[in-house]
Design a protein around this ligand. Structure first.
Ligand SMILES: [Mg+2]
Length: 388
């Protein structure tokens, strides 16, 4: 069956949840400083939001000849829409809607003259996810079934954010902190980072895993120094210490640090850089983002390459949308799934759902929907075409 149309759309879902729980305090995201690649510039240091683009997300709808449609989603709406509307969509309409490998490879090759990694890869992810959703809806099967079925009924979820007391109360057995300071803060920042992790360890006790996310803020020297400082707090892993281009840097860190697992990958695109991490055995955990790296098709390949190298694949933000949830219960080397918590302590996670059919972790575990496709129950009238 052929693809009739590929278009960028917006979703307008009417409110369907009546909140009952009460906020106890603001969420950590409201005011936390997070070390980042722009921290070296004082004007932009305090808040990541002062320099990140305000592009918003975009949904990609692929419609087949018989009217069956599927939806994918990604970030960076304006440039992604330009790539899809003016290049990918006209080239791919008329192709077989089930030929995901061919379509992925066409997008990969068509984007060569202007660059595949980055924005093109976001566009590719949106289309790939929409094609999987379409196939699931057509065959009336959940996407995890199309991947061969479940390896596990539920996936252990970890909570990302700094409101760790609340995450433990919700039943999470693993939490990930956003590191506040980096090289720009010198020795003072090193001390403060240690105090920050020590406080979290004191709050959650010894039976909860703690991880530390460093959002591309460090260099090799700082990473090794901080890892040494944090040894007593028994972190499960440290994450994304370097900018994504510095794959060799991880080799140096790996040679110096063997008491904590190393993880990165959310800002790497396609399986190519992941193959380098795997060949160099410089990480323990690969963290592709299913909405950015090239979609579900590419995540499966990355996980399959990682498994014989004894590496786990734990998707960036995988539990926040249905896409990562289906991947994470159907692939073997996926021990955990990330759930980013931006909602305030006190508000039950079920009340933060914005699309009917979406699921959130319960008691620290995530069970994906069994409904067809990725399981979102979206009505046609909620899908708003952009330009007509
Ligand atoms: Mg991260």
């Amino acid at each position: 069956m052929k693809i009739k149309k590929i278009e960028c759309v917006q979703l307008q879902v009417p409110p369907f949840i009546t909140p009952k729980s009460q906020k106890r305090r603001d969420a950590w995201v409201v005011d936390a400083e997070v070390a980042n690649p722009m921290s070296r510039y004082p004007k932009y240091k305090r808040h990541r939001s002062s320099w990140l683009p305000k592009w918003g997300g975009v949904w990609v709808k692929v419609t087949a000849e018989d009217g069956t449609w599927g939806l994918g989603t990604t970030s960076a709406a304006p440039p992604v829409e330009a790539i899809i509307n003016t290049h990918f969509a006209p080239m791919l309409e008329g192709e077989d809607c089930f030929a995901r490998e061919k379509i992925w490879d066409m997008m990969f090759r068509m984007s060569k003259p202007y660059g595949t990694l980055g924005l093109s890869c976001l566009a590719m992810s949106g289309i790939d996810l929409a094609l999987w959703d379409l196939a699931g809806r057509f065959f009336k099967k959940p996407v995890y079934s199309l991947l061969g079925g479940k390896v596990r009924d539920k996936v252990q979820a970890y909570a990302t954010g700094n409101d760790v007391d609340w995450y433990v109360e919700l039943g999470f057995k693993a939490v990930k902190l956003a590191c506040p300071y980096g090289p720009a803060d010198g020795l003072w920042g090193l001390d403060e980072n240690e105090k920050f992790v020590a406080k979290a360890r004191e709050t959650v006790g010894d039976n909860i895993e703690i991880m530390l996310d460093c959002y591309m803020a460090f260099d090799v020297e700082y990473t090794i120094r901080l890892a040494e400082r944090l040894k007593p707090y028994k972190l499960k892993w440290i994450e994304e210490c370097l900018i994504p281009e510095d794959i060799d840097g991880w080799v140096t860190i790996r040679n110096a640090v063997n008491w904590v697992a190393l993880a990165t990958g959310e800002h790497n695109y396609t399986r190519y850089p992941f193959m380098q991490y795997i060949n160099r055995r410089c990480l323990d955990i690969l963290q592709p983002d299913i909405n950015w790296v090239g979609g579900l098709s590419e995540c499966v390949k990355i996980a399959n390459m990682a498994e014989p190298a004894s590496m786990a694949t734990i998707l960036h933000g995988g539990a926040n949308q249905a896409y990562g949830q289906h991947f994470s219960c159907a692939i073997t080397n996926v021990p955990m799934i990330e759930f980013f918590v931006g909602s305030p302590p006190g508000i039950q996670l079920e009340e933060t759902i914005s699309i009917p059919g979406a699921v959130v972790p319960k008691d620290g575990y995530l069970t994906p929907s069994d409904a067809p496709g990725f399981g979102y129950e979206i009505k046609d009238e909620w899908i708003i075409s952009h330009k007509n």
